[in-house]
Design a protein around this ligand. Structure first.
Ligand SMILES: Cc1cc2nc3c(=O)[nH]c(=O)nc-3n(C[C@H](O)[C@H](O)[C@H](O)COP(=O)(O)OP(=O)(O)OC[C@H]3O[C@@H](n4cnc5c(N)ncnc54)[C@H](O)[C@@H]3O)c2cc1C
Length: 640
């Protein structure tokens, strides 16, 4: 692990109790017709269960279950007509509005619908208060980064928004944690490893900071081996696979070896080929969760080689990427340099896009206005050419007439327990692809099947406001991998100060601790792991998650003096049952090895006046892909 893997290096008020989760959507009516216009409406400051919050998914799930139209009355025609209706107010939907205006002009009338109470999709902003201290957090999309370089289109948009990616080093205090002697560590829990123990991480990921050469030194490995509560045989095996490289496939060419590795999991490689003790597999099992949402049982050994995980040195593989490698696993030095983290993650991108689309909604003039407060009441004003309608789930998108000749598309959406319709010349579906077959029934069956294959990767991004981080200093770590615990990674916030916002500079100041979980069920095929993980997220209440957080922090940081009852000021759980776009890989997607048209290419085909965007359209869980796909979709409708 000598490479700086930037991205995912950490990586309700009311719980979704069974009752709330199952409440029919039509009974969830708001008291006000326009909740966004109510005084005090300000979703970023809400704590508890966020992300896919209660009320955001009920209409869509009712549609999926076939009960929606039984409960819906006759849709009410708003009488509104637009040039374009966009379904999905994430980066892709907002970027589509931006590109459409570029193509058609700023008078173009656009309606953006999103089912959440805030815009941004996964790029969600969390605001937390600890006494008088204000802290910003990211509820999803963490940073500008990608395994492959941003396209010219995506880079240009980022620049147009005023974001100067190369200037990042001006804002981040890269040496803060290191200067206090903090190091990445592994927490061994007694249920999995027989003892609760915090040990140096010999193969750490970085948290967006540059990786220290020392982090991979023999000294670290020695320290790890001397204190890790794993079997003596496991220690010998670890040393062996690191220090005594062996060619396990003598006589095969590099390509032949890679082809073998592409078809076996890293867990199988370690167990059956390298013959290591099961404790080593337990240590690495959860390691790739922040990238793939599954552990090494479901990640190809070839991809593990791409990540520099141990055990491959003796194979003497040609460094060129092997056929069927997951795109995340292919190192790219240029891409790694293109990194920027705002304190609210890529929510800043969405705020800047909204400012460009609806200037009255987001005050300020520069990309560093991270303290500007969005005026939600101005998002949906009849006088504005662009309107963003939150709390609105699109439930039916259809041509008014035959798709080949229709002049208009009608979009029906559920909002506040009622169904409304609006019409437009075109529609872009920038929402999650698995939803599209339910809302756009007229699509060809083959396309619907391809859309349904875009299984999302479920994720939990939890932000915990703590009163100080002295306990982290005492235990000597800012970044902890806990392979056996509820949340797999926990990290102190990246120390970024920008535009008047100041991060915590000293351990006695309040800070946000990020915890990350990817629920999955090792042993099942990847897509099944994701669907059962998704179910787990929908059925776990906030209290259960909170209890796990408190226990986990107490066990890991207790020896440093942490007291959950005293030190936790607030918790925001960003639950994303529909998280990352599913990325193809050689273990579970034969077409990825064999070549040919991929499901996402079939899924994103335009249909009459309807085009399809979202990062799902590229099967690539990154902001640049969300932008690229928006650009393509706009190109399709503006050419016709
Ligand atoms: C926890 C997490 C962390 C991530 N971190 C990073 C990162 O650091 N860097 C990075 O580049 N990428 C990251 N990603 C990937 C992220 O998905 C993309 O970068 C990008 O934000 C996706 O934008 P999008 O518009 O394609 O999709 P989304 O952000 O998912 O937006 C789609 C929107 O459509 C809405 N929608 C769905 N159905 C309907 C409907 N029927 N009616 C109305 N609205 C609907 C959804 O609710 C959602 O709000 C992360 C993703 C997650 C989940």
């Amino acid at each position: 692990m000598h490479r700086n893997i930037t991205r995912r290096d950490f990586l309700n008020g009311v719980a979704v109790t069974a009752g709330a989760a199952m409440m029919p959507w039509h009974l969830m009516a708001d008291n006000t017709a326009d909740p966004e216009k109510a005084p005090g409406y300000y979703p970023p400051a809400l704590t508890g269960m966020r992300g896919s919050h209660p009320g955001s998914f009920d209409a869509a799930h009712s549609l999926r279950d076939g009960t929606f139209w039984d409960l819906a009355g006759k849709p009410e025609d708003t009488g509104e007509t637009y040039d374009l209706i966009i379904v999905g107010g994430g980066i892709s939907g907002l970027a589509a509005a931006h590109f459409y205006r570029r193509a058609i002009g700023n008078n173009a009338r656009i309606l953006i619908l999103d089912n959440h109470d805030d815009f941004g999709g996964h790029a969600k902003r969390n605001e937390l208060h600890i006494g008088n201290t204000f802290r910003l957090g990211f509820g999803g999309t963490f940073s500008i980064e990608s395994p492959a370089p941003y396209s010219a289109v995506a880079k240009t948009l980022i620049e147009e928004l005023g974001i100067d990616v190369p200037s990042y080093s001006k804002y981040v205090d890269k040496n803060l944690y290191r200067s206090l002697g903090l190091r990445p560590k592994i927490f061994f829990d007694k249920e999995t490893f027989g003892a609760d123990k915090l040990v140096i991480n010999p193969t750490p990921r970085s948290g967006g900071e540059s990786e220290d050469a020392e982090a991979t030194s023999r000294a670290l490995v020695k320290e790890f081996l001397s204190s890790a509560p794993i079997a003596e045989q496991a220690k010998r095996d670890f040393q062996r696979i690191c220090d005594e490289p062996k060619d396990y496939f003598p006589g095969l060419t590099s390509d032949e070896k890679k082809a073998k590795l592409a078809r076996m999991s890293y867990a199988s490689y370690l167990k059956d080929i390298a013959g290591v003790h099961p404790d080593i597999i337990k240590v690495y099992q959860a390691f790739p969760l922040p990238l793939f949402g599954v552990g090494i049982d479901a990640v190809a050994a070839q991809d593990a080689w791409g990540f520099d995980l141990p055990g491959f040195a003796g194979l003497k593989l040609d460094p060129a990427p092997g056929k069927g490698m997951n795109r995340d696993a292919i190192p790219n030095a240029e891409a790694e340099k293109y990194f920027f983290h705002f304190p609210d993650g890529n929510a800043t991108i969405t705020r800047l896009l909204v400012r460009a689309l609806i200037p009255d909604a987001v005050p300020g003039h520069s990309a560093s206005d991270v303290l500007a407060k969005v005026n939600y009441a101005n998002l949906d004003q009849s006088a504005s050419p662009v309107r963003i309608r939150l709390n609105s789930t699109a439930v039916r998108v259809k041509h008014l007439g035959d798709a080949a000749s229709a002049k208009e598309v009608e979009v029906a959406y559920a909002r506040g327990g009622k169904v409304y319709t609006a019409r437009a010349k075109n529609s872009i579906l920038a929402c999650w692809h698995v939803v599209i077959p339910y809302i756009c029934e007229e699509l060809p069956d083959k396309q619907k099947e391809a859309l349904a294959l875009a299984q999302k990767v479920p994720l939990l991004y939890t932000n915990i406001a703590v009163r100080n981080w002295k306990s982290f200093v005492k235990v000597g770590s800012n970044s902890i991998y806990a392979p056996g615990m509820y949340h797999t990674y926990l990290n102190l916030d990246l120390p970024v100060s920008i535009g008047g916002y100041q991060c915590a500079h000293t351990p006695d100041e309040p800070i946000i601790v990020h915890m990350m979980k990817a629920p999955c069920h090792p042993g099942l095929p990847a897509r099944q792991q994701h669907s059962s993980g998704r179910m787990e997220l929908y059925t776990t209440d906030f209290e259960t998650i909170e209890r796990n957080i408190r226990e986990q922090l107490a066990r890991i940081l207790g020896p440093g003096g942490f007291d959950s009852a005293r030190d936790i000021a607030a918790i925001t759980v960003n639950r994303w049952p529909h998280g990352y776009a599913y990325e193809y890989n050689s273990l579970w997607d034969p077409f990825w090895l064999e070549g040919g048209e991929t499901p996402c290419e079939v899924a994103r085909k335009p249909h009459g006046r309807i085009s399809i965007a979202n990062s799902d359209a590229g099967a690539y869980a990154y902001t640049d892909e969300a932008i690229n796909q928006a650009y393509r979709a706009v190109g399709e409708i503006t050419r016709t």
